[in-house]
Design a protein around this ligand. Structure first.
Ligand SMILES: [Ca+2]
Ligand SMILES: [Ca+2]
Length: 113
């Protein structure tokens, strides 16, 4: 029963995460801005559909990436969401793949016409 509930919750979280306007990082300026906030947060990037194929929440494939050293490592076989992890020492390359069910901050993005 516990496993079942956990699985359900996990699926809900994953789905919700992909439906949001989580931030899409288009350039290094945006990456640096997010780093300057100095918080550990999800970004709108996941490889939940195909392991190893990272896509932004709007469906676009990942072209310019800012992964930390040795990331993404899909640790434990279950890391399909990307975060900005301020503990990674590199000044720009701070992405880590993490389990989508981890509780982190969310940063959303809205286009202003
Ligand atoms: Ca993965
Ligand atoms: Ca990782």
């Amino acid at each position: 029963m516990y496993q079942e509930v956990r699985g359900l919750l996990s699926n809900m979280l994953k789905t919700d995460m992909l439906k949001t306007n989580l931030v899409i990082i288009n350039n290094q300026e945006e990456q640096k801005f997010l780093i300057s906030l100095n918080i550990r947060t999800w970004i709108g990037l996941s490889d939940i559909e195909t392991e190893g194929t990272w896509r932004w929440v709007d469906g676009t494939p990942l072209t310019t990436a800012y992964w930390g050293e040795k990331e993404p490592n899909n640790a434990g076989g279950g890391e399909d969401c990307a975060e900005i992890y301020h503990c990674i020492t590199d000044p720009v390359n701070k992405w880590n793949d993490n389990s989508c069910t981890s509780q982190l901050n969310w940063i959303c993005e809205q286009t202003i016409d």
